[in-house]
Ligand binder design. Structure first.
Ligand code: AMP
Length: 471
């Protein structure tokens, strides 16, 4: 499937392919630009490539060109601190950053598409390349280092094949799709490949515009969006305005959710305003290529505490429950983290059976996800390991101990993240936050960090997270 990407783009002809702000591009224009850039990328080298920046037409062209050139792409959003980017370069052997932003990193070239094309157009030397990975997404890692999740062409093919052939989406060709996720989150894999293989038009919302709701509403209305792909956090923002309803936004036919718990109360609210749309709840971790199960939410499901996240018999992989944990087995499952020292996440070392860390049950063929077995959380749609924040706090001169906890609303929804530290030097919380934001993305920096005299210890001799959460 993914091997015929260029043909698929070519076949889209003059249909709108991607639009963001004032920029737009047809399928045919995209085909021509990807053909040229992918050819030049084959001459530049064979290492993975960082694609750094917010959403734009050039970012999409860069991603698709990497796919065609078999140069594994690593999408990094602008909130990634330089420190993390340097770590990623050291771990992956990246030799090129494709970006419109000026970003200066030792020994790594940073070029815009235009600069790269100018430099390589007249060169005729090609690198040998049989790289098996399509992309690597870096996600929060409990050790304090971001964790590379390489996704192979086989994984991506399995996902595309599955998602484009689902009965639920048989009427979803030649429609307008709203894409809100940044390319460094794997929800964007759904936006991009689902849309291309269904010949849809993608309307992207930039990060700046995401916080300006009036721009989002206009983008939906002006572009007659039919299909919204988003996290539950995002729809909760849209629902703030009572005018966001079927009467005013009659083009909307589908809302597709993935990435975090979709609450019954949220669906009830949507259904009050949009009586005739289809609501899809999808589930899956980055490690199993975007999502592996989904289903349409029916009214009859709204009487339970949790909504199902998929049907077992139509999933992209086999789904099993072992000791209350959701285990995934099949071609969408990745081959292991880039860092071979990461925890073993497989059952019996079998690279096909991935332990998600999600608590799950299967009932009447439906899968339910009921939280985590570890300290990984979802906050405002972002995946965060609390250990990642703690270990980075400990890197700051003057901090002796650090514990990060979160407070929950009902139903495992994280309300806030809070850090507690002890210190051995005279530093204050503003300084700590400033230093921390050099080490981790801004969305991971706790709004509140409290300096305390000592961290409470429980009966097992460990930090008493429970008593800190109850404070
Ligand atoms: P990510 O790798 O960022 O896509 O995050 C994957 C994690 O998000 C999963 O392991 C789950 O913990 C959570 N998740 C994804 N989809 C859902 C869903 N529909 N309901 C509840 N949790 C979800």
């Amino acid at each position: 499937m993914i091997d015929n990407l260029l043909n698929i783009l070519k076949k889209g002809n003059n249909n709108l392919f991607y639009k963001i702000d004032e920029e737009m591009i047809t399928y045919k224009e995209c085909y021509e630009r990807v053909l040229k850039l992918s050819n030049n990328l084959k001459k530049q080298g064979s290492s993975p490539i960082i694609i750094y920046g917010d959403k734009s037409v050039d970012t999409v062209i860069s991603i698709l060109s990497c796919i065609v050139a078999h140069r594994c792409y690593i999408p990094l959003y602008t909130c990634t601190p330089l420190y993390r980017i340097e770590d990623i370069i050291n771990e992956t052997g990246v030799t090129l950053i494709l970006s419109d932003n000026e970003i200066i990193i030792n020994n790594t070239e940073c070029l815009s598409i235009e600069e790269l094309n100018t430099r390589y157009d007249n060169i005729n030397k090609y690198y040998e390349n049989n790289n098996k990975y399509a992309y690597t997404i870096f996600t929060s890692g409990s050790t304090g280092k971001s964790k590379g999740v390489p996704i192979s062409y086989k994984n991506l093919n399995n996902f595309i094949n599955w998602i484009t052939n689902l009965e639920e989406f048989k009427d979803c060709s030649n429609i307008n799709v709203l894409s809100q996720a940044s390319f460094s989150f794997d929800l964007s894999v759904m936006d991009l490949y689902f849309s291309i293989y269904k010949n849809n038009s993608i309307i992207g919302i930039s990060s700046d515009d995401k916080s300006n709701l009036s721009k989002v509403y206009s983008a939906i209305k002006d572009n007659e969006i039919n299909f919204l792909i988003m996290t539950p956090t995002f729809i909760k923002m849209l629902l703030i305005d009572n005018d966001f309803n079927e009467e005013n936004y009659s083009s909307i036919k589908y809302m597709f959710f993935c990435g975090e718990l979709l609450e019954v109360s949220t669906v009830k609210k949507i259904k009050e305003r949009f009586k005739n749309i289809k609501i899809i709840n999808a589930y899956g971790p980055t490690e199993a290529t975007c999502c592996v199960s989904l289903l349409q939410i029916e009214d009859s499901m709204l009487s339970k505490e949790y909504l199902p996240v998929g049907k077992i018999n139509t999933s992209a992989v086999d789904i099993l429950i072992k000791d209350n944990e959701i285990v995934l087995k099949g071609d969408s499952v990745f081959d292991g983290y880039l860092d071979i020292n990461s925890d073993n996440c497989y059952i019996e070392n079998n690279k096909n059976t991935y332990k998600t860390g999600d608590i799950g049950i299967i009932e009447d063929n439906y899968l339910y996800c009921k939280g985590r077995l570890d300290n990984q959380i979802k906050y405002m749609g972002y995946r965060i390991e609390l250990g990642d924040i703690e270990n980075n706090l400990l890197k700051i001169d003057g901090i002796k101990e650090a514990v990060v906890i979160c407070k929950y609303k009902d139903n495992n929804i994280v309300k806030l993240i809070k850090g507690y530290v002890t210190i051995n030097k005279n530093i204050d919380t503003n300084y700590i936050k400033k230093e921390l934001s050099k080490l981790i993305p801004s969305y991971m920096v706790p709004k509140t960090i409290e300096i305390i005299d000592s961290i409470p210890i429980n009966n097992n001799g460990k930090y008493d997270r429970k008593s800190l959460s109850d404070l």
